[in-house]
Write a protein that binds this ligand. Structure first.
Ligand code: SAH
Length: 472
């Protein structure tokens, strides 16, 4: 079976739909969205269709199918659950040389309706010629995730300026470069940033210049805790479009392997002998340097870039150097570890607030307000705490948090090697030593942590309340 693909303009054209059930309702909705006038033939109507008929949005013809329903019609859809009626409709339409679709019956149909990805005015239509609808649906999902919703407005904008672009870029090569710049450069970025007026202005300004300026940009992307399934669609798109990826040590190889094959990958984690300030200065300089050469830079960080990730400092540096940027949030370790340990971070019975805290501060030079963390109905999530567990447990108890407060220590959260150790605050340091918990690990303190014993579902679970202090 070989089909000819076409996109039909049905605006104000009459289409007959036969059938009054849920399937017919879906077809009617799609046809109305395309601007078609709908005549609906059926003895009885689904509630939604009855409402449309009452409003006069569709014309209802009651009763069993009659050939006269086809008068003045451009296209026919048969959506009854009665194969005989559907066959009758198909035959009558065929006699009149009208194209007919019988829902889920390619044998009776003379046209088929594709799966679509709608970024109007851009539409991608997919068909398996009725042979493998599941495959077509899969493909649709893939394509759906590839294009952000800003491509619709971008196509609109390009359409509005088409004549002027042709006038200002009369030769083909220049015009092609202009369109590439339009798709990849600041205009598309501004549309993604929900700034349509600025996008139009940037396009206008570019038209008046003889050539598009080379201008790179940086996307600050949160890569999540390690499981590639926890990347956002936006993060995946950024990786697909990157020229250069500057990544941190915590970013997993699985995630890097999803990036565009020919993207340059650079590990910008701390080097032996280098201090944090030098590492950070080197990252700042690299981002600006690559962007100035017109590259699309992805700055890839573990978890979320704005949570203990120095993302703020990096953006301030970019802003100071006039490099445009975007930010894509990531699943931060606290959320990922809690989800994979079966710990609801808030719970109506146990915790009304959540604190994200870095444990990476010296014992004497203390920036954490321990008193504020001692209340029993709040959940505490400590990052970077493995080497500080003694001090953490001691400080919390000194400030009044009960010795029997539950904790959960999540090592390698969301990864195949994940281990979760639960216990009571007083035994935290001893238990962690006994089970040799290592970084990266996240510490959750509070009544909700005990729920891991009941709700755990992923990786290895060690209930330290059962045999306190006993080695594994
Ligand atoms: N920006 C990151 C945090 C960076 S700080 C985020 O939003 O998640 C690094 C700390 O995060 C680690 O010391 C550890 O406490 C925590 N962490 C990161 N990934 C983790 C993982 N997969 N499992 C457990 N803890 C993790």
């Amino acid at each position: 079976m070989k089909l000819f693909p076409l996109f039909a303009d049905l605006t104000q054209r009459l289409v007959l739909v036969v059938g009054g059930g849920a399937v017919a309702a879906r077809k009617v909705q799609a046809l109305r969205e395309a601007g078609a006038s709908v005549r609906l033939g059926a003895p009885e109507l689904h509630a939604e269709l009855a409402a449309l008929a009452r409003e006069g949005a569709i014309a209802h013809v009651p009763g069993r199918f009659e050939e006269s329903w086809l008068d003045d019609v451009w296209l026919v859809v048969a959506a009854t659950d009665d194969r005989e009626v559907n066959a009758q409709v198909a035959a009558a339409a065929g006699r009149r040389r009208l194209l007919v679709n019988v829902v889920d019956d390619p044998g009776l149909s003379s046209f088929q309706v594709p799966s679509i990805v709608d970024r109007s005015p851009l539409i991608v239509a997919i068909s398996s010629s009725g042979v493998a609808p599941v495959l077509a649906r899969r493909l649709r999902e893939r394509i759906e995730s590839m294009f952000d919703h800003a491509v619709g407005p971008l196509a609109d904008l390009a359409g509005r300026y088409r004549a002027r672009i042709r006038e200002r870029r009369p030769e083909l090569g220049g015009r092609r470069r202009f369109y590439d710049w339009l798709m990849d450069g600041p205009v598309a970025a501004l549309l993604r940033q929900a700034r349509p007026e600025d996008a139009a202005r940037a396009l206008e300004a570019a038209l008046d210049r003889p050539q598009e300026p080379v201008r790179g940009s940086v996307v600050l992307v949160g890569a999540g805790p390690g499981d590639p399934g926890l990347l956002t669609l936006k993060a995946l798109r950024a990786l697909n479009e990157a020229d250069v990826i500057l990544y941190d040590r915590l970013v997993s190889a699985d995630i890097l392997s999803l990036a565009r094959r020919d993207a340059e990958r650079e590990d910008v984690g701390k080097r032996p002998g280098e201090d944090h300030a030098a590492t950070q200065a080197r990252i700042h300089a690299l981002m600006v340097e690559h962007a100035r050469r017109g590259r699309r830079v992805v700055r890839l960080k573990g978890g979320d870039a704005f949570i203990f990730g120095r993302g703020g400092e990096e953006l301030q540096h970019l802003r100071a150097h006039g490099v445009p940027y975007e930010v894509v949030p990531g699943v931060t370790a606290a959320l990922a570890c809690a989800a994979h340990a079966g710990i609801p971070l808030t719970h109506r019975d146990h915790a009304q607030s959540l604190h994200l805290i870095t444990a990476h501060c010296r014992d004497d030079d203390d920036a954490v307000d321990w008193g504020a963390l001692a209340g029993s109905r709040q959940t505490l999530a400590f990052y970077m705490g493995v080497s500080q567990l003694d001090a953490l447990a001691r400080r919390l108890q000194e400030h009044g948090r009960a010795a029997d407060t539950p904790f959960a220590l999540v090592e390698n959260g969301s990864r195949p090697e994940q281990r979760v150790l639960t216990g009571r605050l007083a035994e935290l340091p001893a238990l962690a030593r006994a089970h040799d918990i290592r970084a990266p690990a996240l510490l959750i303190v509070g009544r909700v942590a005990a729920l891991a014993n009941e709700l755990n579902w992923f990786g290895r679970h060690i209930d330290g309340t059962a045999a306190a202090g006993a080695p594994a």
